[in-house]
Design a protein around this ligand. Structure first.
Ligand SMILES: Cc1cc2nc3c(=O)[nH]c(=O)nc-3n(C[C@H](O)[C@H](O)[C@H](O)COP(=O)(O)OP(=O)(O)OC[C@H]3O[C@@H](n4cnc5c(N)ncnc54)[C@H](O)[C@@H]3O)c2cc1C
Length: 152
């Protein structure tokens, strides 16, 4: 990493697995510039897979919740990563190199990492339900509208 690159302000949108590991990885590689990690949710980053496993096995507890944190506030402090929780990124100005947040503030960046994950759509289930509703006599237009409103 060149000196100039190492001093850039990296803004990471999405404080989950990809975003957290990016911040940790940058520090491990010697990035010395500011790092800001922006999360829409209110909590410290946590690992999703154990949630469903523990819940299904009836082993969920507050203590278990703390065990799935991807990073602690102490580690964030040690790494010098600023975590901004509870305010989703709502706009991006690539010319001005700023991210706008839901709370009305803007965050300038030199390098932007978008780590907001993905939402899966179960099209098979949606289409199966649509077929059932058509068979039950519901108007096709209403069903098509419902499908259009599914997340892209
Ligand atoms: C219950 C559950 C069980 C799972 N089990 C498994 C498993 O067994 N095996 C497996 O391989 N995978 C599993 N997964 C999937 C795995 O958790 C994901 O692959 C992983 O979390 C992806 O990480 P990510 O950081 O890319 O995205 P995500 O974890 O989806 O995180 C994206 C983050 O971005 C934030 N965000 C989104 N939009 C904005 C915005 N505009 N501004 C600011 N922040 C934003 C979100 O709040 C979220 O915190 C499971 C997921 C869940 C939910």
């Amino acid at each position: 990493m060149t000196q100039a690159a190492a001093n850039r302000h990296v803004v990471i949108v999405g404080a989950s697995l990809a975003g957290t590991r990016t911040a940790q990885g940058l520090r491990a590689l010697g990035h010395a510039g500011d790092i800001t990690l922006i999360g829409a949710g209110p909590e410290l980053p946590y690992d999703r897979p154990p949630l469903s496993k523990a819940l299904l096995q009836g082993e969920w507890s507050e203590a278990a919740a703390e065990g799935v944190r991807l990073i602690s506030q102490a580690e964030l402090d040690t790494l010098g990563v600023e975590l901004r929780l509870g305010s989703a990124a709502t706009g991006l100005d690539t010319a001005g190199q700023t991210v706008r947040l839901a709370d009305g503030t803007t965050v300038p960046y030199d390098v932007l990492v978008i780590a907001t994950g993905a939402v899966t759509v179960n099209w098979v289930r949606a289409l199966t339900q649509a077929r059932r509703r058509l068979a039950a006599g519901e108007p096709a237009a209403a069903i098509a509208d419902a499908i259009r409103q599914l997340p892209a």
